[in-house]
Design a protein around this ligand. Structure first.
Ligand code: PEP
Ligand code: MG
Length: 755
């Protein structure tokens, strides 16, 4: 076996020196390949870098024809270099030319070299380059030599990822690792944000690759492994008593990996071969990731996430760094990037510095989405692998409206988005200017615009938007964000804080609306075949009276001396509402009996969102103090479409004859009985829908904060009576294609309504 002069340690030290030299990138690469070739006693050393178009371009060589640099390229899978890139594994051959994948390139002059050793240059589990050494004579490369070349490749990965090589590829082609990318995901919070990537869980940069003392490095590794295991165990213990929101399955998977013998053995072997503990974690993880990434089995790919998390924990343990970015370390114009994130973690950051949020996983109705919307942070989720693709500080654009992100945008794209953001800001300024103007239509009809909320962080929007009141306060959010059932004191405290923040404006609290898609992690045993039709909302409250009574008590005490409005969700029969009212009245009497100051006024309303109520409208309008239409659920139940199932959720249009007739009958019933009617579903916040609602008799709409400005602007240009005269015949006639969207759109144009 040939001996490398000075061994890998000397090579790495020399390479570090070269990397620090103030020379241009190409000169640096040229020096590097010479150094590697001489240290590995090879006649040839070449570096191929993967370009954005997938081709592998020869970036530097010692031994092959220099003219071939930036000329020779291999397509993915082509030649031995392509094979290494796609398998992400080293390849050592003593007779390379007879390998079936060998591809002869006359310009390189490589036909005289028999032996070949190539290793992938890996970053984030992806191959970003291939490093090759070749020898003229037939020879076998030892395990040690393969390891040494892999270690060298780690150093080159840093250099390629730094962006230094950008622009030196043939004709300035971009290289893969820093290429611009436009990725489509799922918009979970509207808005546009331009800024720079900040990793919620920053990666640890491994700067020292070779250890000075193998024994002490092994000790460091063992200490870190024990600490990491202890931290995983304590997470599991905490989740047992409901303190942590982490999912138990995930934690159990963590525990399995943290104790996995094969993984630990590979780590120890890597350290024994001379790497620092950090470099060993990176190496073993890169290998595992490259293998798992080629898996199509979703279960195994999920394990990849767990493995990445565990490796990350271990690296942080070794570096003595906190696992997550400390909120006070957040730079300006930050776009947070995370695989997933808890709402509490997002709330910890300084809102003023955040421009956006990008996640690998989080549904539109997930808790993090709700919090992002409340904080008005543009957010996109479902961007696979994003936390592996980005580098800290990369320029990035988040388009929450379109559900897209743009990574490392070129100047023209950035300018276009900046213009879009400016236009948005101008529109917002126009809406702000309307804040104190009364919402009155052209023909003098007054419209009440109210705001939906669910968190204390929503409350500043009340004054900012000029909304009349909180028309829907979703109390379940406090329960969903907590890791255990909020105690009565905590409930009362939140409701009082909300009433304080609302000041003179009223708040309509909705009783707990859980079940269906809104599950509480600490309420176990609620798995149902058909949860939307299951045990949810008021049904739970009526079956478990202490729960509902506790909440009523919290409302009553929090609203001492003030107006209190409470409404019940998912009411199917008038009796259910009467039972709830009896409980409320009893709690009120009990509170007064115990000497608590009662609310100044108390009114109790009903959400109309279960279709059965449509045929009990006169009775319910008499029994309740007010009605509030939950159009999201009413649509779901009337059309039998799961609102969270992307396949069917948009199959039917709320602007359909059937749905609009149902909505009109509720408004009419309210009118007949003098019972106020509000609508608080999503459609109230869309301009064309709101115009139509006004035309069929709605005068009070409750919506998300950002919708209030546009709806007010629309109302100021609308003649409600005129719209009513046009919409009535459309509803009377019906249409074969039930959606009225197009004719309504044309109507708005004809009437000059600003949509
Ligand atoms: C609705 O169903 O329309 C509603 C406002 O309530 P939620 O979306 O919380 O079910
Ligand atoms: Mg509802």
């Amino acid at each position: 076996m040939m001996r490398a002069p000075g061994g890998p340690r000397l090579l790495l030290r020399r390479l570090r020196e070269v990397m620090a030299e103030p020379v241009i990138a190409q000169a640096r690469l040229d020096r590097i390949v010479v150094l590697i070739a001489s240290n590995m006693v090879a006649e040839v050393c070449s570096l191929y870098v993967v370009r954005a178009d997938g081709a592998m371009e020869l970036f530097a060589t010692e031994g092959l024809n220099r003219e071939a640099v930036h000329l020779t390229t291999m397509r993915p899978g082509e030649g031995l270099v392509g094979l290494i890139a796609s398998s992400a594994e080293p390849l050592a051959l003593s007779d390379a030319q007879h390998h079936p994948s060998f591809s002869y390139r006359p310009e390189t002059g490589e036909e005289i070299y028999q032996s070949f050793l190539g290793v992938p240059v890996l970053r984030g589990g992806a191959t970003i380059g291939v490093l090759v050494v070749q020898n003229r004579a037939r020879r076998a490369y030892s395990e040690e030599e393969i390891e040494a070349l892999q270690t060298t490749a780690m150093l080159l990965a840093e250099m390629i990822a730094s962006g230094e090589l950008q622009g030196i590829a043939s004709q300035g082609a971009p290289i893969a690792v820093r290429r611009q990318l436009s990725l489509k995901g799922l918009g979970i919070a509207d808005g546009l944000g331009l800024g720079h990537v900040v990793m919620h869980q920053p990666r640890v940069t491994v700067s020292t690759i070779v250890a000075d003392d193998v024994e002490s490095e092994l000790t460091r590794l063992e200490t870190a492994i024990s600490a990491m295991r202890a931290s995983v165990d304590s997470l599991i213990d905490r989740s047992d008593d409901g303190v942590s929101g982490e999912h138990r399955d995930v934690l159990e998977a963590f525990r399995m990996i943290a104790h996995d013998r094969g993984w630990l053995r590979r780590l120890r072997e890597a350290v024994s071969s001379g790497l620092t503990a950090e470099a060993a974690v990176e190496r073993v993880h890169n290998d595992a990731r490259a293998k798992l990434q080629r898996q199509t089995d979703p279960y195994l790919r999920d394990r990849l996430h767990d493995l990445t998390d565990i490796a990350n924990r271990l690296l942080h343990q070794l570096a003595g760094q906190s696992l997550v970015l400390l909120p006070e370390e957040l730079p300006e114009n930050a776009i947070l990037v995370a695989r997933s994130m808890s709402p509490a973690a997002l709330l910890d950051y300084d809102r003023a510095r955040l421009r956006g949020l990008v996640l690998e996983e989080a549904g539109a109705s997930s808790h993090i989405a709700i919090v992002a919307r409340a904080l008005a942070i543009p957010a996109v989720s479902d961007i696979a692998n994003i936390s592996e693709i980005v580098e800290q500080g990369d320029a990035i654009i988040v388009d929450g409206d379109a559900g897209e992100i743009y990574l490392r945008p070129p100047a023209d794209v950035e300018a276009a988005y900046a213009e879009k953001a400016r236009m948005r800001a101008r529109r917002q300024a126009q809406y702000r200017a309307l804040r104190d103007a009364p919402t009155v239509s052209l023909d003098g009809v007054s419209i009440g615009l109210h705001m939906n909320a669910g968190l204390l962080v929503d409350m500043p929007h009340l004054a900012e938007t000029g909304a009349e009141s909180i028309g829907l306060f979703r109390t379940e959010l406090q329960f969903m964000l907590a890791s255990r059932f909020p105690r009565p004191g905590a409930q009362q405290q939140l409701y009082r804080a909300i009433l304080d923040a609302a000041g003179e404006r009223t708040v309509t609290f909705r009783t707990l609306d859980i079940g269906g898609d809104k599950l509480l992690p600490y309420m176990k045993g609620l798995e149902e075949e058909n949860p939307a039709l299951g045990w949810r909302a008021l049904r739970i409250g009526l079956d478990r009276p202490p729960l509902l009574r506790m909440q009523f008590r919290a409302f009553i005490r929090a609203a001492a001396g003030r107006d209190l409005k409470v409404m019940a969700p998912m009411v199917s029969t008038v009796d259910e509402f009467r039972a709830a009212r009896a409980m409320f009245d009893r709690e009120l009497a009990l509170s007064v009996g115990r000497g608590y100051e009662p609310p100044r006024t108390a009114s109790l309303g009903v959400m109309v969102e279960v279709p059965s109520l449509l045929w009990q409208l006169d009775e319910i309008a008499t029994a309740a103090d007010f009605l509030s239409v939950g159009s999201n659920d009413l649509m779901q139940y009337l059309y039998a479409v799961d609102r969270d199932n992307r396949r069917v959720a948009n199959r039917f249009d709320p602007l359909s004859v059937g749905f609009l007739r149902a909505l009109r009958s509720i408004a009419d019933a309210g009118e007949r009985h003098g019972t106020p009617v509000t609508l608080c579903g999503e459609i109230g916040g869309r301009t064309l829908e709101a115009m139509t609602l006004m035309a069929i008799g709605y005068r009070e709409l409750s919506m998300s904060a950002p919708a209030i400005g546009p709806i007010k602007a629309m109302t100021l240009t609308l003649n409600v009576g005129e719209a009513r005269r046009e919409v009535e015949p459309m509803l009377a006639k019906g249409r074969e294609n039930a959606s009225l969207r197009e004719p309504l759109q044309q109507l708005a144009e004809r009437l000059g309504v600003r949509l």
